[in-house]
Design a protein around this ligand. Structure first.
Ligand code: G6P
Length: 608
């Protein structure tokens, strides 16, 4: 979750570092710091608070050299204080370390180091790394880092500078992303391509167990045995402008507005309309294996797990393969039998979510076929899976996922048709679904034009303290996602429920102070939904219904309605989620909250 930037070169170090940290603000942070090797010593500034405070403090310095390290921290061990902010130092202050991840055995290491005479100044797990490097340093910083990381258990993406090696940065990775890049602007290390994409579009991703030595003129990557590794550069296909707000007040608004484009990008070049089929190049290598799978398990976290749940309905119905969908965080601790013909699908926007990655590693150990639906190119999940499909949704910066979700649903539809056409789905049936999918971008555009209507509803409902979202079948996961959106950015207590389950408890909560958002489309469960809505009304609960355009029947039953265009039931969540996202956004903004940076949440959860 922390942000790391390292730079060695001729550019203005503080300007470059602060700009890069700001690009990582979306990851969530509570403190920040930097260090620089200059005049044979390390100088450093650390603050508890925002990157802007670090910027202000740096104005009082005249740091100009490199190598330098910058870091924004999201506390895991120790409070977000100045002492606990990174960089962390050894006893002599000659080694500085920034780190993302958790060192699980740090207590043991710390005790031993204290026995050996090392003095600690922070509560962080990271500080042991600096002291270990001090202990192992003989003549070569890279070697000292190698010896150090061989003792670490847990996750780390780290970067190190030392007075002893003023021409380089050493970086290492285990389960926490690190990218490096060297070009005419100098040498860069970062925890996320977004931090340095302004300076370089060609990056090298470290693998677990790799250590990189980066100078102004080049880099070398070695493994734990000091064997040199040949690395390929990956072209990052988004530019800086794409990662900016483009005139929108928040990234979330920009990203919701981009949905027609990102959905289109997810199926561009993949639909074979005549054949009623789908081309997914990323699955070519496993096409034969996929023909024989008898079960699919979809695993993910957060919003991606709700996409996975929609995926379950889609794939079971369209391809007739039994599908289990669940939380990666639960799955990784489960003991369950594995079928010989079972495949696993991991859905992740960032490709770095720790629980999803751990679940993936677990299934790989069992020898299962693993697939990914990932947005961030070159991310850990994308690399670790046997095959996969990229979303091509572009960078998502707002903490609350929006365009990634819509894009995941689109890709899951493609996958369902792909698997279906390998089995019993006819050309015509495939074509019908794909035609509907092709029409989704225009329908989303239409819904986006209803912003004012949704804004008014947000004004009317913003002061309620509780909210219920309910739907059935395909739109049960949509209800879960609607509730998640509202609670994560507006801090209103919201629950998502299957409408059928209301009678089993939640209906007891309903009264005039507990409104419901009911997803009530003209589909196979419409009549059932109407009955559930009536039950809410009987308890005087205010109701907003999301209805299909042209449905007049529901008008008399509920308090307010919003409509979406008619669509094939299996694709309805892609449309239905959009008004729910906008509703949550406007409620948050009207209540004075910043939807891009919900308190205590992070874009990418790389700790478990
Ligand atoms: C965090 C984000 C969510 C996201 C979840 C899973 O909680 O705030 O928006 O849905 O992680 O992330 P992933 O990158 O794996 O989709």
């Amino acid at each position: 979750m922390c942000g790391i930037i390292g730079y060695v070169g001729q550019k203005n170090n503080t300007e470059l570092g602060i700009k890069a940290l700001k690009r990582l603000e979306y990851r969530g942070y509570d403190s920040a710091g930097m260090a620089i090797v200059e005049n044979e010593k390390i100088s450093s500034v650390k603050i508890s608070g925002k990157v802007n405070q670090l910027k202000e403090s740096l104005k009082k310095t005249d740091f100009s050299g490199t190598p330098c390290l910058f870091h924004s921290r999201w506390a895991t061990h120790g409070k977000p204080t100045e002492e606990n902010a990174h960089p962390q130092f050894d006893c002599s202050g000659r080694v500085a370390v920034v780190h993302n991840g958790i060192i699980e055995n740090y207590r043991k290491l710390k005790e031993k180091l204290i026995d050996e005479g090392h003095e600690f100044t922070s509560e962080t797990d990271t500080e042991v790394i600096a002291h270990l490097i001090e202990k192992f340093y003989e003549e070569d910083l890279t070697e000292a880092v190698r010896k150090t990381v061989s003792l670490l258990q847990g996750a780390y993406g780290l970067a190190v500078i030392s007075v002893e090696a003023p021409e380089k940065i050493v970086a290492a990775r285990m389960s926490s992303p690190v990218v490096i890049s060297v070009n005419e602007s100098g040498g860069f290390v970062a925890s996320d391509p977004a931090a340095i994409v302004e300076h370089s579009q060609k990056m090298v991703f470290l693998e677990d167990g790799e250590i990189a030595t980066v100078t102004e003129d080049g880099f070398e990557v070695t493994d734990m045995e000091n064997i040199s590794q040949s690395k390929k550069e990956v072209e990052i296909d988004w530019d800086l402008e794409e990662a900016q707000k483009s005139g929108h007040p928040h990234f979330m608004m920009k990203e919701m507005t981009e949905q027609p484009k990102s959905i289109k990008n997810s199926f561009r070049g993949r639909i074979l309309m005549k054949e009623g089929d789908v081309k997914l190049g990323g699955l070519d290598e496993v096409v034969e294996k996929l023909k024989s799978i008898e079960k699919l398990t979809i695993l993910a976290c957060g919003t991606s797990s709700y996409a996975g749940l929609v995926g379950k309905y889609l794939i079971e119905e369209i391809s007739e393969i039994p599908v289990e969908a669940g939380l990666a965080s639960e799955f990784r601790y489960r003991k369950r039998p594995y079928g010989e013909k079972e495949a696993f699908l991991f859905v992740s926007q960032s490709g770095e979510t720790a629980d999803t990655l751990e679940a993936l590693k677990k299934t790989k150990k069992k020898g299962a076929l693993t697939l990914g639906i990932v947005n961030v190119v070159g991310s850990s999940i994308a690399r670790e899976t046997d095959a996969g499909i990229y979303n091509h949704a572009g960078p998502e910066i707002g903490v609350a996922s929006s365009k990634a979700f819509a894009s995941q649903l689109s890709v899951l539809t493609l996958l369902a048709v792909y698997l279906g056409r390998q089995r019993n789905l006819s050309v015509n049936e495939g074509r019908e679904i794909l035609k509907n999918l092709s029409g989704v971008p225009d329908s989303v555009e239409k819904i986006l034009q209803k912003k004012e209507e949704i804004k008014k509803l947000a004004e009317k409902y913003k002061d309620f303290e509780h909210f219920l979202f309910m739907g059935r079948r395909y739109n049960y996961p949509t209800a879960l996602e609607g509730a998640l959106k509202l609670k994560e950015i507006s801090y209103i207590h919201a629950e998502g429920y299957s409408a059928a389950e209301m009678k089993h408890g939640p209906i007891a909560l309903i009264d005039e102070n507990f409104p419901t958002f009911a997803i009530c489309l003209k589909d196979s469960v419409y009549d059932k939904m109407i009955s559930n809505v009536e039950e809410i009304k009987a308890r005087e609960g205010p109701i907003i219904a999301l209805k299909t355009e042209g449905d007049e029947e529901i008008e008399g039953v509920v308090d307010d309605t919003l409509s979406i265009p008619k669509i094939h039931e299996s694709l309805s969540p892609i449309l239905a989620v959009v008004p729910l996202q906008l509703f949550a956004y406007y409620v948050a903004v009207k209540k004075g909250h910043d939807p891009d940076k919900p308190e205590g949440l992070a874009k990418c959860v790389t700790v478990t």
